[in-house]
Design a protein around this ligand. Structure first.
Ligand SMILES: C[S@@+](CC[C@H](N)C(=O)[O-])C[C@H]1O[C@@H](n2cnc3c(N)ncnc32)[C@H](O)[C@@H]1O
Length: 417
């Protein structure tokens, strides 16, 4: 089933090849800023997952060496290459491919290890030529750059070898309060007490749709997991909700955990601060006035440094393995791995989706309290359901990009509150 974005309604800006927008899909007009931001974000993600990937036992099983066959990893939208390079180091027997757009690949000129190759990918269609090619495909903070998200998801499933693993990581762009459930009220004329950063992400999301990016389909997948018809070729699916504290506000009775949480919070604050210029550029193209942008900039600055707000950014980690279909290769994990998986996940998933009290994962060697793992669609979808009944706030404001489609450019208001 293909979901359709509502981009046709709002499209009045041509898709710009030089922008990726969304909380962490940033412009590449300033490579230095992009690199810094990606490094911080990578580090925060690594701390929360306790490594480079979720479901470590599945990853290790899928990548285990097999005599006479090279295991292959693909990182789609590899950005500054950091994930691909670290994977190549961790799994030296594998071949790691990193794909990104030409203007991004040109930026990175460092040494490339023998088991790595970086290539340009002008768009996602290239995947059509790679049937049954990869043992692991990783796509992190890239999905909002898809113009045909469902098609890309289909191509990825085709490009996996039977038994191969797909990992999709992205942010819904929603901010939550400390309880990890309540959506943060966004600032608007109706809610002047709301949070401007939430409003910025909201406006940028709608701008992204208007530019032809399939943000809505991507968000639906993040919310529904890989159990639906779009992922009919995947089995052993799982999902994790990772909530990043923004700023060093998170506390713990365990000093080591607190220190890690503070590190994640600092990294995220810096990362968001860095990508904001890209967001502002996009809003400017939409017609936001300089005055509005400057006012929003100041407001968000204050929010990022206000530890009393205790904001969390909602990020989703999804995975699934390609079923064997009609091939003779088993798509199931070896029994020993399944037993280990059951042991590891005992009590860690599929419980009632209570707020953060039930979280379990690693943060270094420690439990990461803002993460929950799910192995069934019902429980995963509860995560989103709970959010749909937020703390009683009214309708969202009409996004700026939609306002401008129903007014002529000349009469359009340049100010927005
Ligand atoms: C926010 S960065 C994420 C980089 C990396 N995945 C990470 O997590 O550190 C998004 C990357 O996706 C790339 N990208 C966006 N759309 C793409 C496309 N259609 N084909 C290939 N790469 C794309 C961008 O150029 C950018 O480098």
């Amino acid at each position: 089933m293909h979901r359709r974005s509502d981009s046709a309604e709002a499209r009045h800006i041509s898709a710009a090849a030089d922008v990726d927008i969304g909380p962490f899909r940033i412009t590449n007009t300033n490579s230095q800023a992009q690199n810094e931001s990606l490094k911080w974000h990578h580090e925060a993600m690594r701390l929360c997952l306790g490594g480079l990937y979720p479901c470590p036992e599945v990853v290790r099983s899928v990548l285990a060496p097999v005599v006479g066959r090279t295991k292959r990893i693909l990182d789609i939208g590899c950005g500054n290459r950091i994930w691909a390079l670290e994977m190549a180091q961790e799994f030296p027997h594998t071949e790691v491919w990193g794909w990104d757009r030409p203007q991004v690949q040109e930026m990175w000129t460092g040494e490339v290890p023998n088991n790595c190759r970086f290539e340009t990918a002008p768009n996602y269609d290239f995947l059509e030529n790679y049937e049954d090619k990869f043992d692991l495909i990783h796509m992190r903070f890239v999905a909002g750059g898809c113009t045909q998200f469902s098609k890309t998801m289909e191509d990825i499933q085709t490009s996996l070898r039977p038994g191969g693993l797909f990992i999709l990581i992205d942010s819904t762009g929603d901010l939550l309060y400390e309880d990890g459930v309540s959506l943060v009220q966004m600032k608007s004329s109706q809610h002047p007490e709301g949070i401007r950063l939430q409003r910025l992400f909201y406006e940028v999301r709608h701008a992204s749709v208007s530019m032809g990016f399939d943000e809505n389909a991507m968000r639906s997948t993040l919310q529904e997991g890989m159990w639906g018809p779009d992922f009919s070729r995947l089995i052993d699916c799982g999902a994790e909700e990772v909530l990043f504290p923004i700023g060093p506000w998170a506390r713990s009775s365990d000093p080591e955990e607190e220190s890690s949480l503070k590190t994640v919070g600092e990294l995220m604050k810096k990362s968001i601060n860095m990508v904001r210029s890209g967001h502002e550029m996009v809003l400017k193209r939409l017609g936001f006035s300089e005055r509005t942008l400057a006012a929003w900039h100041d407001e968000i600055n204050k929010e990022l440094y206000n530890e009393d707000l205790k904001l969390l950014l909602d990020t989703r980690v999804l995975w699934g393995r390609r079923s064997s279909g009609k091939t003779t290769i088993s798509s199931h994990l070896p029994r020993a791995v399944q037993a280990l998986q059951r042991k590891l996940y005992k009590g860690r998933h599929d419980g009632p989706s209570s707020p953060l009290s039930q979280t379990e994962s690693t943060l270094g060697a420690k439990t990461y309290r803002y993460m929950r793992t799910f192995k069934s669609p019902t429980h995963w979808q509860n995560v989103t359901e709970r959010r749909r009944r937020p703390n009683g706030f009214a309708h969202d404001p009409v996004p700026f990009v939609l306002r401008t489609t129903i007014r002529s450019r000349r009469s359009r208001s340049k100010e927005i509150s």
